[in-house]
Write a new protein. Sequence first.
Length: 333
Amino acid sequence: MTDVFISYSRKDKAFVQRLHEAIVAENRETWVDWEGIPLTADWWAEIQEGIEAADTFVFILSPDSVSSKVCNAEVEYAAKLKKRIVPIVYRDTKDVPEKLARLNWVFGRESDNFSSFFRSLMKTIDVDLEWVKSHTRLTQRSIEWNKKANSDSYLLRGEDLTEAEQMLTQTEKEPKLTELQANFIVTSRKNATQRQRRTLVVITIVLIVVVALGLYATYQWQTAERALQSGSSSQYESYVAEQERDQALSRELAANSKLNLQTDPQLSLLLAIQAISESETTEAVDALKQVMKISEDIEVEELLARAQEQLTRSWSLDECKKYLHQETCPASP
């Protein structure tokens, strides 16, 4: 981001150079097109990006700037983004664009004291600077999201979302938020809510599997304990060996789930759930979490249906051989 974008006519370059040096001396950054951006296909995009990244848009008012098509296009774009716009009168002029005429002007003519003018300008620039900088960040991120076809991966999350939502409530602040910015924030919250619901679905699925597994494991353990107390250690040793086999199989299934994560997410989900069904190892839980991270574009209802389908489906013989290392398949749930 930059502090100030300066829009001006080349005939006012000497004044702009002096203004630029004074701003830089205050440890601020400016965006100035000194030599003219080559008229390539991207020349306007480069100017737009400069305006988007600036906290304040400064327009040097003169007869030449108000008649310049490029300068007028720049101020129109800054107004569209609801940027803080500060007109500086360098040479008196008529026919000032309406978007500039209604604003408070700062006078920096040759007849005005430059030091007094500059102090007034910096005071204007520094008004509610924290809000202005937040506005700029939100401008850049919402535009990037829009350019990326409103992809969920570019939405706000965590503290960024919380802070942006607070901005929505501060309607008295200037500059105001744009429609794009507001839509960006609202969509981000909807997405965050959906991800929270999805997490709840995952927890529910895991709990169902873990509870069922826990009940069965408790039954096995109690049976093994009774056998041990009655003097039969073979059944207890068999129980311990089975637990170790289940844990090993769970880890292997989890590893296979991660391997298939990018190429076949549905198989990856199946393997992760089956891994937890075998034994609630750390690797199995982590595998399921990773599947959920890449499934953010799937609706919660579809995800739940898919998970239930995977929990109740039958394994093919090839799958049993490949992932369970068994020549026969377990009975359907």
